[in-house]
Design a binder for this molecule. Sequence first.
Ligand SMILES: *Cc1c(COP(=O)(O)O)cnc(C)c1O
Length: 428
Amino acid sequence: MATTHEKLAVLGGAPVRQRPWPTWPRADENTERNLLEVLYSGRWAVSGMYNGTPLYERHFAEAFAAYNGVPYCVPVTNGAAALTIALQALGVGYGKEVLVPGVTWVACASAVIRAGGIPVLVDVEPDTLCLSAEAAQEAITERTAAIMLVHLYCTIGDIDAFLQLSNETGVPLLEDCSQAHGAVWSGQRVGSYGKIGVFSMQDTKLLTSGEGGAAITSDTELYNILQQMRADGRRYKASSPPLHHIELEEIGEVQGWNYNLSEFQAAVLLDRLQHLDAENELRTQNAAYLTELLADVGAIVPLARHPKADTIAYYQFCARLDPSEFGNLDIETLCRALTAEIGVVVEPIHRPLNNNILYNPLLSPQAQPEVLERLNPKQFSLPNSTHALGCYFRIPHRVLLAARHDMEDIAAAFLKVKENHRQLIQAM
Ligand SMILES: *Cc1c(COP(=O)(O)O)cnc(C)c1O
């Protein structure tokens, strides 16, 4: 790779790349056809009146369950709702504890609060940034009601170790696959190993309807509870009702909520699911090439991948850089410089939840005097998470949907910033 001695784009120089990257989310005539069909169908919601045609929502649930190799799927309004009903179905309630990784999106912890429980923040592995099974084992108490394993960015947590821990302790495993649609561990899709697997279909995710989510399970009783949790205590009738009657029956075995996905969203998801495997494959090939190129740049190492991780889903290309090779500049400055070179936001990882502006359990209705101390995020020590914040960066997956040679622009940007980091120091 040629060396560059040029002015950095963040300081007013010409950027490495000016051409646009692929956009996300995606749609085509089939997505449009599905949406228009819903628009004029006379029914926009699960709770609307039966019009003689099957719901997109049920069709998507069947397709997504089959895709993941499980019998059941309950679509919901968003990933946080999927987490909330999954936690409640697993018995999380007032005062019960849930192990949550120190690095993840805030919804993982706030969903526990919403379910009435207490998040126990547990450190991550330094090389995968996924929940550490050893740290989780140490954090388990008689109050632990669930373990939340999140498959983060572009890797899979150590599912085998967590299944073993779950078997030994009787604490159920919940997999959050919101960043891992389609990933495969040891021949089986992620989300199918835990008692429940949850997904987000938010705008940036690998399968999306703008907002959306789902919970999958192989357990018939959990399916029954999940259904009621997301539809105000109702579930589908065993057979279709007469025309213009509601398709749900009132059961009331739980306190439910309305987390129903609309027909518009389900229609989009059903269509886009057909593209997931091909898009994952393209991202994987481009990520492999980018990894090679970054190895040539030097001092950049992607997230580690367990030998049992057969297929990785690239939600974000996440890798660690050696700050000493980049003038010991802080990761935010480097990310800004890289962003300016490639025209796509390069950013540090999520801020650890013991020091994250979005995570405020003490401001929630759960913050009652007797649990204040246990809710306080500052009490948790997360050394690996904190260290990772200073050296890992991530790039959104849409760049991996470009052509193979486009990866060379990303590598060139890293090389340019690495070789010209003194410009950043001088500009400070
Ligand atoms: C996006 C995400 C969520 C939350 O999903 P929403 O649909 O935004 O509610 C939860 N967990 C993880 C790991 C996520 O990435």
